[in-house]
Design a protein around this ligand. Structure first.
Ligand SMILES: Nc1nc2c([nH]c(=O)n2[C@H]2C[C@H](O)[C@@H](COP(=O)(O)OP(=O)(O)OP(=O)(O)O)O2)c(=O)[nH]1
Length: 141
C-alpha cells in the first residue's frame, strides 16, 4: 500500500500555545524585545509565554508578567487567536487586552521595552506571528 506522506504522517514540528498581553496605558501599548539569546532573537513581541497544563490564559499571563517584568495587570477582553508556522515550530497566540498595570517594570528576560501608539506599532520588527494582531490594533484602536 502507498501512503501520501504529507497527509498520513503526523505533524512533526511542535505546536505551542502562548498567551500574550496587549497592555494599554494612557493610549499607549507595551512592546517588549526578545533578547539575543532567546528563540526569535531581537524580535518584538507582546509579553507573555507558554500556557502550562491546567492553566487559564489569564493565570498564564499573571505568572509570565510577574516572572518576565515584575508587574501585575488586569486581564480583559481577548482577541481571536492567531496561528503561525515558523520553520521549527508552530505557535498559536492568545492575545488579551490588559490594563491597570502595577509594579515597577524590571526586564528580567527581554532586552528592551517601549510604549507606542497603535499607529506606531508597525514600525517595530515584530515576530512574524504577531503581524495579524498588529494590523488589527493599528486599524481598530
Ligand atoms: N510571549 C510572546 N511570544 C511570542 C509572541 N509571538 C511569537 O511568535 N512568540 C513566540 C516566541 C516564543 O517562541 C514563544 C513564547 O514562548 P516563551 O517566550 O515562553 O518561550 P521561549 O522559547 O522564549 O522560552 P523557554 O521558556 O522555552 O525557554 O512564542 C508574542 O507576541 N509574545
Amino acid at each position: 500500500m502507498q501512503y501520501d506522506t504529507d497527509s498520513a504522517m503526523p505533524d512533526k514540528i511542535p505546536h505551542i500555545h502562548v498567551a500574550c498581553a496587549i497592555i494599554q496605558m494612557d493610549g499607549l501599548i507595551l512592546a517588549t524585545q526578545r533578547s539575543a539569546t532567546m528563540s526569535l532573537p531581537l524580535k518584538w513581541e507582546f509579553p507573555g509565554g507558554k500556557l502550562e497544563a491546567g492553566e487559564t490564559p489569564e493565570q498564564c499571563l499573571q505568572r509570565e508578567l510577574q516572572e518576565e517584568l515584575a508587574i501585575t495587570v488586569r486581564v480583559g477582553q481577548g482577541l481571536p487567536p492567531v496561528t503561525h508556522s515558523y520553520p521549527a515550530f508552530k505557535v498559536t497566540l492568545y492575545p488579551f487586552f490588559c490594563d491597570s498595570l502595577e509594579g515597577t517594570m524590571i526586564l528580567h528576560e527581554h532586552s528592551a521595552a517601549c510604549w507606542l501608539t497603535p499607529n506606531e506599532l508597525p514600525t517595530l520588527d515584530w515576530a512574524e506571528a504577531d503581524w495579524p494582531i498588529i494590523s488589527q490594533l493599528a486599524h481598530h484602536l
